[in-house]
Design a protein around this ligand. Structure first.
Ligand code: HEC
Ligand code: HEC
Ligand code: HEC
Ligand code: HEC
Ligand code: HEC
Ligand code: HEC
Length: 306
């Protein structure tokens, strides 16, 4: 998450002017900010507050912060394609307001999954706490810092995440990356295993049959960016699937040595039936029949607005 002004957005800043095939337009403001407004009634509008999304694929904007609500603007910018698309989830909304107004719990979740804390008496993220930070996973740090300063080495007031076990660790990550409970309760589409990694992993027989040994951290270092070399992940698959009794998993009848990821965790589009070029590795590990596994060939299919 970052402030949605010219300086913070740089190359992914939205173009000023009317948004094609919509009722909206973007106006530049003097301080480098952008205003999202109705193209036919300029008095209806609001400043874009923050941009969510890495910017690689899609940027969704939030703003108009109140003590218990925020607006998720109706158009999402796709920088790589230089075009806009209706924000996922708002397809059915009437084209009159500026976007979805999220109140109370939902507004807070939206910010607290993408930033560490909010400002007092507002849903706006606190300055300096944008994005996922130490406290997002390790919990509040104030008591920890007090304990360190007091030299209390026997109890540093911070749970040791390396010792809590795979299911509990997955729950730390799934608070944001969604577990099976979130997807069922939020009535998310049960087919969305590619969008919600916690949910996908929980459905996998690798997770179910490996005695609390498989967590997000088995494959991801939580302190660095995601690795993209498949060989690295394959070596992890093979630590269980080399056919040895200690690994616990069978070896593959199709290819027992390599190529595991494109066949068993292919990158799949996360917005089913939408013209939005985001594909992510499906964390439901299984044999996929003839799946799309290359993101670049996938992106080629998403060049026009539906
Ligand atoms: C329960 C936690 C949670 C909530 C609530 C949530 N998000 Fe996210 N969001 C995530 C996670 C985790 C990702 C990263 C997805 C990934 O890459 O696996 C993400 C990714 C995104 C992306 C990036 C898509 C891309 O790949 O570029 C956008 C945009 C976004 N969220 C917007 C929002 C907005 C707007 C809201 C509130 C209205 C919201 N999210 C609410 C957890 C959440
Ligand atoms: C995405 C979640 C996440 C974030 C963000 C995060 N950590 Fe961690 N951290 C973990 C997990 C999980 C472990 C346990 C790793 C393991 O089991 O190997 C850990 C372990 C540690 C350890 C113990 C040493 C080790 O590697 O086992 C330290 C120290 C630490 N984190 C500090 C930090 C600091 C400082 C930040 C912020 C700059 C931070 N972490 C951000 C999840 C996170
Ligand atoms: C507070 C919410 C939150 C928690 C908790 C969280 N994540 Fe994330 N994670 C996100 C969001 C949001 C993104 C999307 C990138 C961003 O906006 O920083 C993300 C991105 C990622 C990515 C992709 C990063 C990249 O380089 O593309 C990985 C991998 C990941 N998280 C793993 C984990 C793991 C493992 C844990 C648990 C140890 C965890 N996350 C806990 C919110 C969270
Ligand atoms: C911690 C150990 C562990 C890891 C790591 C692991 N698996 Fe598994 N996996 C298992 C176990 C145990 C089973 C159940 C027994 C079996 O079918 O081999 C399983 C089952 C499977 C199945 C059968 C699925 C089904 O629906 O019947 C496939 C395919 C699979 N794993 C592929 C992979 C791939 C690919 C990776 C790496 C991305 C991986 N596994 C990582 C332990 C693991
Ligand atoms: C068996 C290995 C494995 C496990 C376990 C695993 N992941 Fe992943 N994850 C991958 C692979 C492979 C990728 C694709 C990396 C790439 O982009 O090449 C990936 C990518 C991601 C991404 C980036 C989305 C994308 O595809 O670009 C996120 C976010 C993520 N994982 C979160 C999680 C979370 C949260 C958990 C725990 C619930 C988890 N992962 C468990 C193997 C794993
Ligand atoms: C070309 C695609 C492809 C590659 C590469 C591949 N697999 Fe498979 N795998 C399959 C298919 C298809 C099946 C289902 C076979 C069947 O049911 O006869 C399967 C089955 C499996 C099973 C279930 C075995 C059983 O007896 O139930 C496991 C475990 C597995 N693969 C793991 C892996 C691992 C680990 C790798 C990487 C070392 C890998 N696979 C590489 C396509 C592939």
């Amino acid at each position: 998450m970052r402030p949605a002004d010219m300086r913070s957005l740089g190359k992914i800043a939205p173009p000023v002017g009317p948004i094609a095939q919509s009722h909206y337009s973007i106006e530049a403001q003097q301080n480098g900010a952008f205003r999202f407004e109705r193209a036919d009634r300029h008095e209806i509008g609001s400043t874009l507050g923050y941009a969510l999304g890495s910017g690689k694929d899609a940027v969704t904007f939030i703003g108009d912060f109140k003590p218990s609500s925020l607006v998720e603007f109706r158009e999402t910018y796709l920088p790589s394609l230089h075009r806009w698309s209706i924000t996922p989830g708002q397809e059915a909304a009437a084209d009159v307001s500026l976007g979805a107004v999220h109140e109370l719990g939902m507004a807070q979740h939206c910010v607290l999954c993408h930033a560490v804390k909010t400002k007092p008496d507002s849903m706006e993220p606190a300055q300096g706490f944008f994005g996922v930070g130490c406290e997002s996973c390790h919990g509040p740090g104030a008591e920890h810092i007090k304990a360190v300063k007091a030299g209390q080495t026997n109890d540093l007031k911070m749970p040791d995440l390396s010792k809590i076990g795979a299911s509990k660790l997955d729950a730390v990550c799934a608070r944001c990356h969604r577990s099976i409970d979130d997807v069922t309760i939020d009535s998310g589409n049960a087919a969305e295993t590619a969008r919600f990694q916690g949910y996908g992993l929980e459905l996998s027989s690798c997770f179910k049959h490996s005695n609390d040994r498989l967590s997000c951290v088995t494959c991801h270092d939580p302190h660095t960016s995601v690795r993209t070399d498949n060989r690295y992940y394959e070596s992890i698959c093979l630590s269980c699937h080399s056919g040895s009794a200690s690994g616990g998993g069978k070896s593959c009848p199709v290819n027992s040595k390599s190529g595991c990821i494109p066949c068993h965790m292919p990158a799949r589009p996360i917005f089913v039936n939408r013209n939005i070029p985001i594909a992510m590795a499906d964390h439901l590990i299984m044999a996929y029949p003839g799946t799309e596994s290359s993101r670049s060939s996938l992106r080629k299919r998403f060049t026009t607005r539906p």
